[in-house]
Design a protein around this ligand. Structure first.
Ligand SMILES: Cc1cc2nc3c(=O)[nH]c(=O)nc-3n(C[C@H](O)[C@H](O)[C@H](O)COP(=O)(O)O)c2cc1C
Length: 484
């Protein structure tokens, strides 16, 4: 599992006939994003643009995460939960708790396999490379400019030395300056506030583009803070990432196509945006800090990796679905009540979540809601629906039936006000504060309903046995009903 680098991934896809190489000349200004979105909406495989207007020598790649198929290609399996299950089978606990105790555990040796390893860089310093010289794209007509959309912003926690690799959009301002859109509570801004606490205003940063797509997937994943993202990437790739240390102390993947070394100046905040975001609307301007470029590195014949967000389902949707499956086993260890979760594509991942629980006592659904809102980035969810474990939460009709047949709104809907929501959510007057709604769509205990839950209708088993043969004869003469 895992690819040596982005080129290895592309070769793999090419050999399977799953890479579309586009020789037609395209513009970074809106054209690449438009074609990329169309390809994702149509579930086409990745697009590699070989002639990019004004950027000779560069190729631009998009649509790597083109559907669930694209995610399965990446991990070489459809059993994404199995990745976490295998890890748990070896270690018995979530990586973060292992690390807490690690020093005394023999299992630390086993973890070593997943740790980053020092290697020689495949990129070289290029004094002529600057931010304007990158084929970064403008994705929507009213965006403030060109953005790095799939670059990985790497910081280091100044206290614990944890490596943070995160996908944040970065708005290019000029040859040497860019705005880093790290939202509050994300690793980048948490690390920045620790630097500030130490009296430091310059946060060493690397912005890396074009790596093994499992590393990019990891950078977009809500790995619990404190757990090293290189270590987590190593777990997902089944092999540690080869890294190089830059002069500013930041570790970067040795195989990256391009690397920008510099720092984020916390004393230089400027208005970022507008930018067409994953809700399908433009986020208005807000203040974010400026990245200042010191050195740039690049590989020969480089590839630049981009995406576009917008109305679902685009690439971030399929990353979100992959995250949902891979993280479920870990999440079950943190919230043992949980049986399954569905963050539906059109629920934007930060908005609507459906969860099933094995209900054993009254009040359990509300308890689960509060655990979910207290867990990592699930805390952003605006609407949490809890159903019983016999409901298939991936079938919206079953979910609607559960709501329709178990919910008394006054009793079963919980509204939480002034809670933390996605700061990009335009529906609330005062982001990131907004309200949340929990719906308890589980069957009720007597304590909850005030009387016994009614008995569900079920066929008489003797009649079922008797009548089955007759039914087969009737039904076999008619086509199956059309699926709705
Ligand atoms: C295409 C794409 C763009 C994203 N843009 C941003 C962004 O601009 N700001 C942000 O805070 N998160 C953004 N995210 C979400 C983060 O990558 C995600 O929350 C991730 O878990 C980073 O978490 P970390 O800060 O814990 O590393 C984006 C995700 C994707 C897939």
């Amino acid at each position: 599992m895992g690819f040596k680098d982005l080129r290895d991934y592309l070769e793999n896809m090419r050999s399977k006939g799953k890479l579309i190489e586009v020789e037609h000349e395209v513009d970074v200004n809106l054209e690449i994003a438009e074609l990329g979105r169309r390809a994702t909406y149509s579930h086409l495989p990745p697009l590699l643009f070989t002639r990019v207007k004004g950027y000779p020598g560069w190729k631009v790649l998009t649509n790597v995460y083109y559907s669930m198929e694209g995610i399965y290609e990446l991990f070489g399996t459809k059993n994404l939960e199995g990745i976490a299950d295998n890890f748990l089978a070896s270690f018995g606990e979530v990586p973060i708790t292992i690390l807490d105790k690690a020093k005394s555990l023999p299992s630390l040796l086993k973890l070593g396999k997943y740790m980053p390893k020092g290697k020689k860089a495949l990129f070289k310093e290029d004094k002529s490379l600057n931010l304007e010289a990158l084929p970064a794209t403008k994705t929507w007509p009213k965006d403030a400019g060109r953005y790095m959309t799939f670059s990985i912003v790497i910081t280091k926690d100044p206290e614990k030395n944890t490596n943070n690799l995160s996908i944040y959009r970065v708005q290019i301002l000029n040859e040497r300056e860019a705005l880093v859109h790290w939202q509050a509570f994300k690793r980048g801004s948490l690390a920045a506030s620790k630097y500030r606490d130490l009296g430091l205003s310059k946060v060493p940063v690397a912005i890396v583009n074009g790596v093994d797509p499992i590393i990019t997937f990891t950078a977009a994943s809500p790995v619990p803070p404190g757990l090293d993202k290189y270590l987590f990437a190593g777990i997902l790739r089944d092999e540690g990432v080869d890294v190089v240390e830059l002069d500013n102390g930041i570790l970067v993947p040795a195989h990256a196509e391009s690397v920008l070394e510099g720092y984020v100046d916390l004393n230089d905040m400027r208005p970022e945006g507008p930018f067409g975001d994953h809700l399908g609307y433009y986020t208005p301007q807000d203040y974010y800090p400026v990245f200042k470029l010191e050195k740039a590195y690049v590989r020969e014949n480089p590839i630049y990796h981009v995406t576009s967000v917008g109305k679902p389902p685009l690439e971030d949707t399929w990353i979100g679905k992959g995250v949902e499956r891979i993280f479920l086993p870990f999440l079950k260890m943190i919230i043992p009540d949980l049986v399954d979760m569905n963050l539906p594509e059109y629920g934007l991942f930060t908005s609507i979540g459906i969860f099933s629980i094995r209900k054993r006592y009254p009040g359990q659904a509300r308890r689960a809601m509060m655990s979910i809102w207290g867990t990592g980035q699930l805390s952003f969810l605006k609407l949490v629906i809890i159903v019983d474990s016999d409901v298939n939460i991936h079938d919206m009709n079953q979910v609607l039936y559960a709501i329709a047949s178990t919910v008394d709104p006054q009793r079963d809907v919980m509204i939480v006000t002034n809670a933390l929501n996605d700061s990009l959510d335009h529906t609330v007057p005062n982001p990131p504060l907004g309200s949340k709604m929990g719906i308890d769509a589980t069957r009720k205990f007597k304590e909850e309903l005030g009387k016994d839950w009614p008995e569900p209708v079920e066929s008489d088993p003797d009649v079922v046995k008797r009548i089955s043969e007759v039914w087969e004869k009737i039904a076999s003469k008619w086509p199956s009903p059309p699926s709705r």
